[in-house]
Write a protein that binds this ligand. Sequence first.
Ligand code: FEO
Length: 177
Amino acid sequence: MLSEKMLEALNKQINNEFYSAYLYLAMSAYSAFIGLKGFANWFMVQYQEEMVHTMKIYDYVNDQGGKVRLMGIAQPPTEFGSPLNIFEKTLKHEKFITKCINDLVNLTIKERDHATNIFLQWFITEQIEEEANDNEVISKLKLAGKESNGLFMIDKELAARVFTPPVASKDGGTGKQ
Ligand code: FEO
């Protein structure tokens, strides 16, 4: 059973995760437009992963007998600047999501909601990985600098990312191998 406050906060996080998916889809479109097919692929996989996050919370609210309330999704930007800018914006957004997850966990403690606290542990671990992935690409892009060879190598690397759907939405699956 979810408290009103917890239900409202989880519904807000469903919207945040939907927006994350929408933002990364916009980044994928932008990357394709500027000719970076590998970047476009990486962000398309990221979009799919965000939809997994969205549906995990959606399913959890349903399982707890709560009412899912879908809200309007904000329009993402259409311009993201240089390849380095795209990933810096990605990291900034993920830091915001990490803060949202931490706030949710703080709320579970306040509300003494142990089930939601356990449920959110997966997201805490996931956020560590998300930020680490972004930092790794940012470091490589900084090393490559203005060298087009370096950028093409990174683009090739990002082209190899594959989305693996979780076996079931409630299995704690990460969508990754
Ligand atoms: Fe669902 Fe990238 O946080």
